[in-house]
Design a protein around this ligand. Structure first.
Ligand code: ADP
Ligand code: MG
Length: 346
């Protein structure tokens, strides 16, 4: 791993000085005008509820065709990964075994491995609870206690098995299973888009799905990528800038989707034990690692686990770094944050 300091199992570091060297905004990232020289192809589409921008070098007809294919592959995942559109999800909700669409096999695998690493802080069976809050509807609201209690009885990432022939089975049989892959699918779709671009021979670029992003190759004008970290108190502003070689950055924040009632913010990152928006002081969790699907899920997991346990998880995992923004505290960072972060090319 080049330019990468191995993680230490040292627990928590409180670090004010890195502020200057760390943080940006994906906004800046993609809007910074290129210096003279090789220009990229740039295209934006609305996918998975967010603006996705692909920037790919060099600008050419071949690059434009590859960018188009990369978007199509993301749209394919969007078509399959969201419950209300898919027979796969609806059958599971009735407790019936259901054949896993091939395009979702690795998403579910990723979700289950992060569920197990985080001891269920990230839980892809939270669908019924997510649906009660309705953050994706125009008018989300606080669920009734009895509805929440009933929904929570369907939650538990061990309550399913995946056969070798790709059939997902609720456990025990007949148990309603409400899969929810919204905490990992977007990042995974970014990985798929990047794979499409690199397999098409594109030199360098970045796929940015509303702040969950992955860069690849050496940026022709300056060699590395600058990623902004949003300020939870002012999401238009930046806490600072992170410089990365190839790699992914994903953030879960309480400012992304929420509503307010009686002065209290209800946001979309939920505690699988209570079914309520997590309140542990964390405002945002940013994860830096090679794959965006993993970064996406780990950011949600770290947010749910809280400052101490979340940081310990990110520190323990090899090839993973993180930044937690916590109310009333300095930034918490894993030990590899500070210099440029790089990952092996494979
Ligand atoms: P975004 O999709 O806005 O980037 P995140 O990656 O932080 O946000 O994922 C939050 C989404 O994941 C929620 O909207 C919900 O669909 C789902 N979710 C919420 N809490 C959890 C959890 N504890 N485990 C797994 N998925 C969750
Ligand atoms: Mg995320």
């Amino acid at each position: 791993m080049s330019n990468f300091r191995p993680s230490r199992p040292s627990g928590i570091k409180r670090c004010r000085t890195i502020l200057a060297t760390v943080l940006i905004g994906t906004l800046i990232l993609t809007s910074v005008a290129c210096k003279k020289g090789i220009q990229p192809t740039r295209e934006t589409r609305f996918i998975m509820g967010t603006l996705v921008e692909i920037v790919a070098y060099p600008s050419s007809e071949t690059t434009r065709a590859a960018v188009n294919r990369a978007f199509e592959r993301m749209e394919e995942i969007e078509d399959q990964a969201y419950p209300d559109r898919s027979e796969f999800f609806l059958s599971l909700r009735e407790g019936k075994p259901s054949a896993l669409p091939e395009v979702l096999a690795r998403v579910l695998d990723k979700a289950l491995s992060v569920a197990s690493e985080s001891e269920g802080a990230f839980d892809p069976t939270l669908g019924r609870v997510v649906s009660l809050w309705g953050f994706d509807r125009n008018e989300p609201g606080i669920p009734a206690d009895e509805d929440l209690a009933a929904a929570l009885r369907t939650v538990g990432y061990r309550r399913l098995s995946v056969d070798s022939d790709g059939v997902v089975r609720p456990t025990p049989p007949g148990n309603p299973l409400w899969l929810e892959l919204g905490g990992v699918a977007k990042g995974y779709a970014v990985d798929v888009a990047v794979a499409e671009l690199t397999e098409s021979g594109i030199q360098a670029g970045i796929v940015n799905a509303g702040g969950d992003l992955r860069s690849f190759g050496v940026r022709p004008d300056r060699g590395f990528w600058r990623i902004g970290i949003q300020d939870p108190d002012d999401p238009q502003g930046m806490l600072g800038v992170l410089e990365v070689d190839e790699g992914s950055v994903a953030t879960s924040g309480d400012y992304e989707r929420y509503f307010e009632k009686d002065g209290i913010r209800f946001h979309h990152i939920l505690d699988p034990t209570s079914g309520l928006p997590v309140r542990n002081g964390i405002r945002s969790a940013t994860v830096i690692t090679r794959e965006c699907g993993l970064a996406d899920a780990l950011a949600t997991a770290a947010f749910v686990m809280g400052p101490e346990k979340g940081l310990a998880l990110l520190e323990r995992l090899e090839g993973v770094e993180g930044i937690l923004v916590v109310d009333g505290e300095d930034l918490l960072t894993t030990s590899g944050v500070g210099g440029r972060i790089g990952f092996d090319r494979r």
